[in-house]
Write a protein that binds this ligand. Structure first.
Ligand code: GDP
Ligand code: MG
Length: 163
């Protein structure tokens, strides 16, 4: 089948924004209020004659303040079962959080390649914060901003290199 590129990360880091940005259209719901349950979103991507399916897992399972771990477990379980490449999204405006560390730990023993994305690196003032994500153990995070359209071409190449 078509290779699966699965987006994971804690709520509100911008997973759905990354999905829409890469897809080039608004498909997934972007919302600054965590806690709304949505369906898993997929989009068939074509780049330089190659295909992959992009998956936003952010709406999988139920999400409430007391049950974030279960919500994230659902994402990771799906990634383990299905992903050929994992996009692990974090947020340069908030820096490393406990939940990011939780996700990072779950992804550590996955054979699937993981690309860490420091989203919301809107300008160079956030570059230092973005570099802190190397601590999560998934290499240097790519500095991206869906809002400022930063880092898209580099990311697309990285995905294709790992497929
Ligand atoms: P998700 O819960 O991980 O799917 O996150 P969403 O895609 O719904 O985005 C959460 C919030 O982050 C929304 O208010 C977005 O507008 C905001 N956001 C997403 N990408 C960026 C970005 O590159 N820069 C900034 N400053 N905010 C962003
Ligand atoms: Mg979302």
């Amino acid at each position: 089948g078509v290779p699966q590129v699965v987006i994971v990360g804690r709520p509100n880091v911008g997973k759905s924004s990354v999905f829409n940005w890469l897809a080039g259209r608004r498909i997934a719901i972007v919302d600054d209020r965590p806690g709304v349950t949505r369906d898993r979103m997929t989009h068939l991507m074509e780049h330089e004659g190659r295909f992959f399916e992009l998956v936003d897992t952010g709406g999988m399972g139920h999400l409430d303040e007391d049950d974030l771990t279960e919500h994230i477990e659902n994402q990771i379980a799906f990634a383990i079962d299905s992903a050929d490449v994992v996009l692990f999204v974090v947020d340069s405006r908030s820096g490393v959080t406990t939940l990011d560390q939780e996700v990072a730990k779950r992804l550590r023993y996955l054979k699937t390649p993981v690309i860490c994305l420091a989203n919301k690196t809107d300008d160079h003032t956030f570059d230092g914060a973005a570099e802190e994500f190397a601590r999560l153990g998934h290499g240097r995070a790519d500095k991206i901003s869906t809002m400022q359209n930063r880092g898209r071409a580099v990311l697309m190449n990285q995905i294709l290199e790992r497929l």
